[in-house]
Design a protein around this ligand. Structure first.
Ligand SMILES: O=c1[nH]c(=O)c2nc[nH]c2[nH]1
Length: 453
């Protein structure tokens, strides 16, 4: 017997450029919230399974006008920065960090304040269809553990990092780890506490080793964090070659790019996800591909802080794992729909170029554009592959992480007038036009975690 059977039309990414329509399929989910079988109308036992389950409590018929998409994977989000989202986007990265962001993150020493913000950001992400998130918390151990606990209780798959920043020159006294040894000890305690919470979280919560970025970390702490990640086999996250300033800062300190420096500290491996990575050289990208390290592409944030558009199509062609990140609050929107749209638009601007005073032949970078189907791949299957988890696809053996999109909501109706409209056109309209009102139900690992009445 299956724990649940859904009768629905759904969409899943087949390959980076190709979306598959699963029309009127039966999605059979096991007790662990994993897709056991997808039964197609032409399969010989389709009618028998439909008849067995259709009057059963375990059966859910997703009505016409509604469609299922895989839950989205946010590969880079600062949970604490939700409190400042939409503000202070008019100054460069270095000033933004020291003037706004470090003082704002320092408030998370207060666990009650942290609880209020963290509960809200987890609920907001679920309401936007984000079923898995790779979070930066803050330097505070207690509040960081709390974020993992909130993910566990709310049913979101959370990968959470206590942020490490120990270097006095770049970190203010009011906001940094006390010293290098304390940073490493707190990180180890944090890993053990989150592993404890994970024991009862069906969907999985994971501790993540999180050096903020090289400019705020000592050599000793970077080395120690590489060793801790190896000891506990954890995910790793950081920022890599984000802006002119950040990229040059690391060059001046080490005489090499971030990617090589991170690799030397044992921080590039299969479960590493590096945010931004705009200034990777081809040699750096090869290192990412060889080690299995992934890029968290943050297209909205990049428009403000990265001084560039990342050549994402080029890096994908080189075999680098890539997903999308909202980068709250370098990016203002918690929606990965918004970020998918921006990823497409930014890639088009990179391809065509932006300065109309330059001749068309020299204005852009050819072969840079991605389609909305490719953005969908990044935000689903690409995110799952980046985290080395069986998520982001509607496929046997993958977690039942799903969002139900109702295209007929009165306040957010999609322009669907022709009943014969190809389903792949309906898919494109969803990717471009869906708003939170359209996201009516969300499941993570088979558990119903969000509904909008
Ligand atoms: O966009 C960013 N947000 C941050 O919080 C941050 N810290 C280091 N580098 C960063 N970039």
């Amino acid at each position: 017997m299956y724990a649940q059977v859904f009768y629905a039309t759904a969409f899943t990414s087949q390959s980076p450029k190709e979306v598959t329509v699963l029309k009127d399929c039966l999605f059979c989910i096991d007790d662990n919230g994993i897709i056991d079988r997808i039964v197609h109308p032409e399969d010989s036992d389709y009618t028998a399974i439909l008849n067995t389950y259709k009057d059963n409590d375990a059966f859910e018929h997703i009505a016409e006008g509604s469609y299922l998409l895989p839950g989205f994977v946010d590969l880079h989000i600062h949970a604490s920065q939700w409190a400042q989202a939409g503000t202070a986007l008019d100054i460069p990265l270095h000033d933004w960090l020291s003037t706004y962001t470090f003082p704002s993150e320092a408030k998370f020493a207060d666990v009650d304040y942290a609880k209020m913000v963290y509960e809200d950001v987890v609920d907001t992400l679920l309401a936007n269809g984000t079923t898995t998130a790779l979070y930066f918390a803050t330097v505070h151990k207690e509040a960081s553990v709390l974020l993992a606990d909130i993910c566990a209780k709310r049913g979101q798959r959370g990968l959470v990092g206590k942020v490490v920043m120990d270097l006095h020159e770049e970190c203010p006294d009011f906001y940094r780890d006390l010293d290098t040894q304390m940073a490493l000890k707190d990180t180890e305690d944090f890993i053990l506490k989150v592993k404890e919470i994970a024991k009862t979280a069906k969907q999985g919560v994971y501790p993540v080793v999180t050096p903020r970025f090289i400019p705020t970390c000592s050599d000793e702490v970077l080395e120690g964090l590489g060793a801790l990640a190896a000891k506990y086999d954890t995910h790793i996250q950081s920022h890599c070659s984000e802006s002119d300033w950040a990229h040059q800062h690391v060059q001046q300190r080490f005489g090499k790019n971030d990617a090589q420096a991170l690799h030397d500290f044992g921080l590039l491996q299969d479960k590493s996800v590096m945010a931004h990575s705009n200034f990777l050289s081809d040699e750096d990208a090869e290192l990412f591909a060889e080690t299995g390290s992934a890029i968290a592409h943050c297209p909205i944030s990049n428009a403000y802080f990265a001084n560039s558009v990342i050549p994402i199509a080029h890096f994908a062609k080189m075999g680098v794992d890539i997903g999308l990140g909202s980068d709250i609050s370098g990016g203002f929107s918690p929606s990965l729909y918004d970020n998918s749209r921006q990823a497409v638009m930014s890639s088009r601007m990179l391809e065509d170029g932006v300065n109309s005073r330059v001749s068309p032949e020299e204005r852009g970078v050819s072969n840079s554009r991605i389609t909305i189907a490719e953005a969908f791949h990044l935000v689903t299957a690409g995110g799952g592959a980046s985290l080395s988890l069986p998520i982001g696809r509607l496929k046997e053996g993958y977690a039942w992480d799903v969002q139900r999109i109702d295209t007929q909501i009165a306040t957010a109706k999609l322009p669907l007038f022709d009943t014969a409209e190809p389903l792949l056109d309906v898919f494109q309209k969803m990717m471009y036009l869906v708003r939170p009102e359209n996201i009516r139900d969300v499941w993570v690992q088979g558990q119903h975690v969000h509904s909008r009445k």
